[in-house]
Design a protein around this ligand. Structure first.
Ligand SMILES: [Zn+2]
Length: 264
């Protein structure tokens, strides 16, 4: 009995970091809340018809909640895409062009294609839209476009104010929670893109989002590799808050534009 329970506990400890919620609840909702503000009346109407009573912001979390149901386990790889260290932009774009793996990029393309089909049954429409609005958020989280050898930063241990966590979770949750804002407050606080940024983000392709996120990923890795003991606190928040807020904002503006393309 004792051995079994120890093995079980050890197994759980190993599994925990990998099942951490992308962007956490608040991050995804911020992306959805901001996206809503950039949508056309027609796109809003269609999205609301699909989602029923649920708001776009609240619907962004569904793809994480279903992870507790084993019948949805096959969707695990849809949330991220990995790249080997030091890949150039050119190689990354080449890779994406011929990508056939089950990852966030190919699944987003699949979802976009399916949602353009006007005769898609209502249940599929809801399922695909819930996945699309979630993965669009994930792709702005730099540790979701990270390296395979450390499971997107899950294996990089961090001491955050004396609490054990990892680099992936830092960007999913710890930094966002540190701000102590509700998702509506957070969206309001950061929703001030310059006109030039807004126009640029609205025009970008999903491949552009990934290239952009990965540029940040590489700098985060480089920085943590040179930080002795990986002990982080106030200074990490101070150094990265702008980047964090900007990624959430980009996510909202980009998702809004994508939904306009699909339903506007
Ligand atoms: Zn996710």
């Amino acid at each position: 009995m004792k051995l079994i329970s120890r093995v079980t506990v050890f197994g759980l400890l190993l599994a925990l970091p990998l099942s951490s919620m992308a962007w956490g609840l608040i991050g995804h909702r911020v992306v959805g809340e901001i996206a809503w503000g950039y949508m056309t009346p027609q796109a809003k109407k269609t999205v609301q018809q699909i989602l029923g009573d649920e708001s776009l912001a609240m619907a962004t979390n569904w793809a994480d909640f279903i992870k507790s149901d084993p019948s949805y386990r096959y969707l695990g790889n849809w949330h991220y895409i990995n790249f080997k260290s030091g890949i150039s932009e050119k190689d990354m774009r080449n890779y994406l062009r011929s990508d056939t793996a089950t990852d966030a990029y190919t699944r987003m393309n699949f979802l976009v294609k399916e949602l353009k089909n006007k005769t898609l049954p209502a249940d599929k429409k809801l399922f695909y839209l819930r996945m699309l609005i979630h993965i669009a958020g994930d792709l702005q989280q730099p540790m979701h476009t990270a390296r395979p050898d450390d499971q997107g930063g899950n294996a990089i241990k961090i001491d955050w104010f004396g609490k054990a966590t990892n680099l992936h979770s830092m960007w999913d949750e710890q930094l966002i929670e540190f701000q102590q804002l509700s998702y509506t407050e957070y969206a309001k606080v950061i929703n001030h893109p310059t006109a030039a940024d807004k126009t640029k983000w609205q025009k970008e392709s999903i491949a552009d989002w990934i290239v952009d996120s990965y540029r940040i990923t590489e700098s985060l890795y480089k920085e943590i590799e040179s930080a002795p003991g990986n002990k982080l606190s106030y200074r990490y928040n101070f150094d990265h808050l702008k980047t964090l807020d900007n990624q959430l904002l980009k996510g909202g503006v980009r998702l809004g534009a994508l939904l306009n393309q699909l339903f506007g």
